[in-house]
Ligand binder design. Structure first.
Ligand SMILES: NC(=O)CC[C@H](N)C(=O)O
Length: 190
């Protein structure tokens, strides 16, 4: 099983390392034609405005929407969560606009730039180690969205069918349980 990581900007190598620890093969996706060789795709953290701009420039928008329409799983972490969201607070234009969530950028950043914590995530037995870096928050979710974890009453992990998002970076720790959860989704949906 091959899981891709969109490799236009951001924390790519760390995601590949975490994927490989689940036993799946990790692929850095730099060209749209690579989408046909993978069964799931991670959109990493970084800067959502930059990732969105590069996705438009390299014409990734429609091919990723088609990938999703085929029911292939997507996982957005931090900036990747913003890229997947249908709505961004402040009226900013959405990027992929696939997942029925509304997000607020840099919401945690206003309180504290970055921090690390353990989270209880629905469907995962052990606590999940999470690194928050100028992290976005999910401010509202549609009916089909399952909130998998909160931090101080704020929604930070969510799933809608074949789509998974986290406000934080799960790939910057030794804990690969959220990647294992995603790999299980990919196995189930393919
Ligand atoms: N660590 C991250 O991915 C930060 C996200 C960034 N603050 C953004 O708005 O895109």
């Amino acid at each position: 099983m091959k899981i891709g990581v969109l490799a236009l900007q951001g924390a790519v190598a760390e995601h590949i390392r975490s994927i490989e620890r689940t036993g799946a093969e990790g692929v850095a996706v730099k060209h749209t034609h690579q989408l046909k060789d993978i069964q799931g795709l991670i959109i990493p953290g970084g800067e959502s405005t930059t990732i969105g701009k590069l996705m438009r420039r390299y014409e990734f928008m429609d091919p990723i929407r088609e990938f999703s329409a085929e029911g292939k799983p997507l996982f957005g972490t931090c900036a990747g969560l913003i890229v997947l969201a249908k709505e961004i607070d402040g009226g900013e234009e959405p990027h992929l606009g696939l997942m029925d969530i509304r997000v607020s950028r840099n919401a945690f950043g206003r309180q504290r730039e970055s921090f690390e914590t353990d989270l209880d995530v629905k469907g995962i037995d052990n606590p999940v180690r999470a690194v928050f870096i100028r992290a976005p928050l999910i401010t509202s979710v549609g009916d089909g969205v399952d909130v998998l974890s909160t931090y101080k009453d704020e929604m930070v992990t969510a799933r809608e069918g074949h789509m998974l998002v986290s406000s934080y970076h799960p790939e910057l720790t030794e804990d690969f349980s959220l990647h294992q959860y995603f790999a299980d989704m990919v196995r189930q949906y393919n």
